[in-house]
Write a protein that binds this ligand. Structure first.
Ligand code: 0L1
Ligand code: MG
Length: 261
């Protein structure tokens, strides 16, 4: 019954799906009242529940910042979500399929902020001034919706399919980097499956960072100094299988290699 739905119920259903490794249909099909604002409110409840369960927030992520991903999902605007310490995969640690539903991987350009960034009015140029270092990244996304099929409020409530992420050990100063031209090759078992440059992310990853700061400001939040920011998949996300070796290799930011088991 539509009347039974609340943002707390949405968060609990999605957290149960994550911990039980079960996918489900779109919540918006059952509760048309789940609009974008309610989706972000449910995401906030979900993150509060994770914090109560021992997670520490380490930063923010953007999703659907590239045309490749927007086209596949049929959604034409980016979204923000929250990343925590329990999502971090350290170097060499495998992606364990038993812990996930139907994971996909995507290369990302990652910022670590040296200064607090607060909108509104943040531009790509002012955003870059807050960046202390730039890194290669690999995100593992794992929608709690069947076949990754969702409307915007569903995926926002699901914390943008967040599951795991790797931040490359190589730390590069933003000075002198042209991140629009930074190229990346995504390989599975040595075979190239996709390539892209940083321009795929809103024209430049700094645009994505500015977008996040301004979107968070509209909800009364800022990006704190020290935060990790995943700027969005620069290629489409690809499914992985047991025994795979995933590699993302960037021109300046270095390489990440992750086994799957
Ligand atoms: O990191 C992302 O781009 C995820 C956004 C949510 C959409 C998806 O699950 O692909
Ligand atoms: Mg991503």
């Amino acid at each position: 019954m539509t009347a039974d739905w609340t943002i707390e119920k949405v968060a609990d259903i999605l957290l149960d799906a994550e911990s039980n490794r079960t996918d489900r249909g779109r919540i918006t099909d059952e509760w048309p009242g789940l609009d974008l604002k309610a989706g972000y409110d449910a995401q906030k409840v979900l993150i509060e529940r994770k914090k109560a369960d021992g997670h520490t927030v380490v930063g923010v992520k953007l999703g659907l910042t590239s045309r490749a991903k927007q086209k596949r999902m049929g959604i034409d605007s980016p979204l923000t979500a929250v990343i925590t310490d329990k999502m971090v995969l350290e170097a060499g640690v495998p992606i364990v399929l038993d812990q996930l539903i139907h994971p996909r991987v995507e290369p990302e350009i990652v910022f670590v902020l040296g200064e607090r960034l607060e909108g509104p009015g943040v531009t790509a140029a002012t955003a870059m001034r807050a960046v202390a270092s730039v890194h290669a990244g690999l995100e593992v996304i794992d929608s709690r919706y069947r076949d990754f099929s969702f409307a915007m409020p569903d995926v926002v409530a699901d914390n943008a399919s967040s599951a795991r992420f790797v931040v490359g050990a190589k730390s590069v100063s933003p000075d002198g980097l042209d991140l629009a031209l930074e190229a990346c090759v995504l390989r599975i078992n040595g075979a190239v499956v996709d390539t892209a440059t940083g321009a795929a992310v809103q024209g430049h990853p700094a645009e994505a960072l500015a977008l996040a700061a301004n979107a968070l400001a509209a909800r009364g939040e800022a990006i704190e100094a020290g935060s990790i920011v995943l700027t969005g998949g620069i290629t489409d996300a690809v499914f992985i299988s047991d025994g795979d070796e995933v590699s993302v290799e960037f021109t300046s930011l270095g390489q990440i290699v992750v086994p799957v088991r």
